[in-house]
Structures are given as C-alpha cells and as structure tokens.
Design a protein around this ligand. Structure first.
Ligand code: TGC
Ligand code: FAD
Length: 399
C-alpha cells in the first residue's frame, strides 16, 4: 500500500483541520478553473489576469489576511496555505495574488488614508481592480535606497517622474503603488530625499506600462515597466503614514512570507507528479519507481520537502503569534525554501526523461519559475546577507 508524501509526513498534525479544509477548497477551485490551462498559458507567455482576478476574488484569496474593507481577516497560516496551493499550480499564479494582496493592498491598508482604503480595498479584494507595486527601477534593484524616481511638489499637487522595471501586472493594472523620493530631508542621513508611496490610477496622464517581453521564466505572469512622465497627482495620492524605506520593506515582508509557503506547493506538486509518472513508466520490464536510484531521488526530494514544509509552518506560527515574525526570520524562510524547492523540482525532472522537458509535466516549469522567485522579493544573496548581518552584527551589503 502506497502513501502520499503528506500522509507520511502527517500534515494533519502540522496544520489545523479547518486550515487544511480551506486549502482543499483553494485546491479544488484551482483544479476546476486553472490546472488544465496552465501549461498553455506558460507556453503562450501570458495569463488571463483580469478574469482570474475576479475568480480569485470570489474565492476570497485577494488580501485575505487583511482586516476589514471586505477582506477576510484570515490568519497568516491560512493565507500561507492558500499560497501553497496557488504555487502548486504555478508561481505566476501565486505572484498575481502576492502582488495584489501583500504588496499593493497591504501598502494601502497599512500606510494609507481612510479615503484611499475605502476607494481601493473593496474592489481589489473582489478582483474588480488589479494593483501593482513599483519599487525596482532599471538601475536600482537590490538597493532601493538608491532609487531615482522623484516626487516634487507643485502647489499642493505632486509631480512624479521616473521609471520602474520588472513590475508584475503593471500592463494590466488599474492602480499602482509607486515608491519615489521627495525633496524632504531624511532625518537619519540629513540628506534630501525621503521615500514615500503614491497611489496612482494607471489611467493618469503621463503613465505608461509597456510589457516586458521574451521572458524565459515566470511566463504565466505579466511583467511590465512603469514610465512616469510628469504625472500630476493630488496631494491625497500620497500614502500619509509611510516615510522611509520601512514603507516598501514592510510590504515586502508580507509577500516574502507568502513565498515561504508558496514554494512548498511547487515542491509538493513536483513530487506528486514524479510519483505518478515513475509508477506507470516501464523500462527494463519494471516501473521506474522500482529502481533504487529512482527511489533515492524520490526519498531525497521528500526529505527536503518535509523540511521546507516544517519551516513554513514554524514561520506561519511565529507570524500568527502575539510577538510576530522578524524580518530576518522571513529572510531565513525565503532563502532556504526557494533554493530547496528549486533543487527538488530540478532533480525530479530527470525522472521524466524526454517527457520531462515538455509542458505536459510540471517539475521543469516549476524549476524555471523558481529562478525568478530566487531573484525577486530580495535575491537569494540579499537574504544571505540579511541573515549574515543578524548573526554577526556586521553589515556586509556595502562598505
Ligand atoms: P535599513 O535602512 O536598515 O532599513 C530601513 C527601515 O526599514 C525597516 N525594515 C523593515 N521593516 C519591515 N520589514 C522589513 N523586512 C524590513 N527591513 C528593514 C528597518 O527597520 C528600517 O526602519 P527605520 O524605522 O529604522 O527607518 O535597510 P536595510 O539595510 O534593512 O535594507 C537593506 C536591504 C538590502 C535588505 C533592503 O534594501 C532590501 O531588502 N533589498 C531588496 C530589495 C527587494 O526585495 N526588492 C523587491 C522588489 S518588489 C518585488 O520583487 C515583487 S515581486 C512580486 C511577485 O511577482 O510576486
Ligand atoms: P541586482 O540588484 O542588480 O543584482 C544582480 C546580482 O547582484 C544578484 O545576484 C544580486 O544578488 C547581486 N548583488 C546585488 N547586491 C549585492 C551585494 N551587496 N552583495 C552581493 N551580491 C549582490 N520589483 C518590483 O518592485 N515590483 C514587482 O512587482 C516586481 N516583479 C518582478 C517580476 C519578475 C518576473 C522579476 C524577474 C522581477 C520582479 N521585480 C519586481 C524586481 C526584483 O525585485 C528585482 O529583480 C530584484 O530585487 C533584483 O534586482 P535586480 O534585478 O536589479 O538585480
């Protein structure tokens, strides 16, 4: 009698019964609406973002961990388990939900005015409005403190100029949270330039959002630029409570948390697919699953999958606890879980032989997607240095 990896691990002893039931609801919805299409969307290099956002809004996953404004107010663990199911289908799908809920909606929810929250959060939770988050620029990625996008005052209005790069969903967004430096003096450095967030409807004159083409990874996701050419905004467009890098970094903590859970889904899906395939594929008159080397690969992947699942559960519990989770703990989860999930998907892909390089089977698609996940939301190296700093007390990011 065979058992699934989750049965052997006894995930029902790791997570609460009702949380796993919720994960089952998300999984069923994805099986019904997405799973059969994902390979084609990936090959086509796109995703029906608007249609999907409305479906995901109805399912209740957009901004589900936020309170009020028609958001579900779920626990961090429940949100993590939803990310796990989404990324079991494709990292691009989890990206759609991460950017909407953890980056754009969270920024407005945490740092916005009451009017901004009332205007945007209910329609974003329902998936009627799509949001994006513009921090990275063509010349500034890992070091957002060096951003060049500027917000200057003209009377009571703000004028935004600059460019953002690699922005998930910018070409299909209705609203953007854009981070720019103002002329204010930074109290810490004594220099001019304080990072502020702005809520910018994408139909504002001067905004353009060309799509990034020719991606090899995260193909079932729309990525774009944001070009801001003398974009005039009312004073009320600024997020009033965010000042300094803490604004965007707090949102990044939320989205990185979703990744810690999400990638365990990509690993689980790769393992389940490999178990199914090796059970039915016959070589030398025996199923592939009967060879010792196949079982070694499966066992190694299972061990690693178990470890990252337990890490995600631990970080979820910390986030749900009264004390909360610290940024370096999220860095630990992002660094270890993404790298491990990528290695699991890559190693298992070999078990499929030639079939493994087609869109018919998921492990290579997951592995290639995870190259992006390793890079965005803080590169693997940024998280290594964050942990290095937490352990040694020495900042090795710069001189
Ligand atoms: P530092 O100057 O020390 O800190 C600035 C202020 O921020 C606070 N802070 C945090 N707050 C909340 N959460 C965090 N994770 C935080 N990290 C720092 C910090 O306490 C300080 O507050 P205050 O009150 O003292 O001013 O900056 P740092 O040295 O900590 O940061 C340096 C570094 C390199 C770690 C940071 O710049 C960084 O994380 N860089 C990576 C940039 C990045 O991750 N970009 C991601 C862009 S968005 C994206 O990729 C979306 S992909 C979406 C998808 O499709 O799923
Ligand atoms: P760089 O910062 O130039 O880094 C290049 C290499 O140098 C990396 O290996 C890095 O680790 C290394 N490096 C940099 N500094 C150091 C150092 N001090 N020590 C050691 N090594 C270092 N951004 C957004 O704002 N919003 C989005 O929605 C978004 N979506 C994305 C979607 C996709 C598909 C991709 C690929 C990216 C997305 N990003 C988004 C951007 C992403 O966050 C950046 O690509 C990432 O932060 C790295 O920045 P960079 O590409 O400029 O690389």
């Amino acid at each position: 009698k065979t058992k699934t990896p989750d049965e052997i691990l006894q995930v029902d002893e790791i997570f609460e019964k009702e949380d796993l039931e919720w994960a089952g609801v998300v999984r069923s919805w994805l099986n019904e609406h997405v799973r059969d299409n994902i390979g084609d969307w990936y090959l086509d290099g796109t995703i029906p973002a608007r249609e999907l956002a409305e479906g995901l809004g109805e399912l209740g996953v957009l901004g589900m961990h936020l309170e009020g404004y028609e958001c579900a107010g779920s626990t961090a663990t429940q949100y993590g388990l939803a990310c796990r199911e989404l990324e079991a289908v494709d990292s691009g799908l989890r990206s759609l939900v991460s950017v909407q809920g953890s980056l754009a909606m969270f920024s407005i929810h945490h740092w916005g005015s009451e009017e901004q929250k009332q205007e945007w959060l209910p329609q974003m939770a329902a998936g009627r409005a799509i949001g994006c988050f513009g921090l990275t620029e063509p010349d500034v990625g890992s070091d957002p403190a060096g951003m060049k996008t500027r917000a200057t005052k003209d009377g009571s209005d703000w004028i935004l100029n600059g460019a953002k790069m690699w922005i998930t969903n910018s070409p299909v967004s209705d609203v953007m949270v854009v981070w720019a430096k103002t002329d204010e003096v930074d109290e810490k450095t004594g220099e001019k330039g304080v990072v502020r967030g702005f809520v910018v409807p994408t139909d504002t004159p001067g905004v353009e959002t060309p799509e990034v083409q020719r991606k090899l990874s995260l193909r079932a996701s729309i990525t774009g630029e944001i070009v801001l050419d003398n974009v005039r905004l009312p004073e009320s467009a600024m997020l009033p409570k965010a000042s300094g890098l803490k604004g965007p970094l707090s949102a990044l903590s939320e989205a990185r948390y979703g990744i810690v859970f999400g990638v365990t889904g990509a690993a689980r899906d790769s393992l389940e697919e490999a178990l199914r395939y090796t059970d039915t594929r016959i070589q030398f008159d025996r199923p592939l699953s009967s060879f010792q080397i196949s079982q070694q690969k499966l066992a190694k992947a299972f061990g690693e999958y178990s470890a990252i699942t337990l890490t995600a559960a631990h970080i979820g519990r910390l986030k749900d606890s009264a004390a909360g989770v610290r940024p370096e703990q999220i860095s630990l989860g992002k660094m270890v879980n993404v790298d491990t999930a990528m290695n699991i998907a890559r190693d298992l892909r070999a078990l499929f032989g030639g079939s493994g390089i087609t869109s018919e089977y998921s492990p290579l698609r997951h592995a290639i997607n995870l190259e992006t996940v390793l890079t965005y939301e803080g590169t693997h190296e940024v998280h290594q240095l964050t942990l290095g700093r937490a352990m040694t007390g020495i900042n090795a990011f710069a001189n």
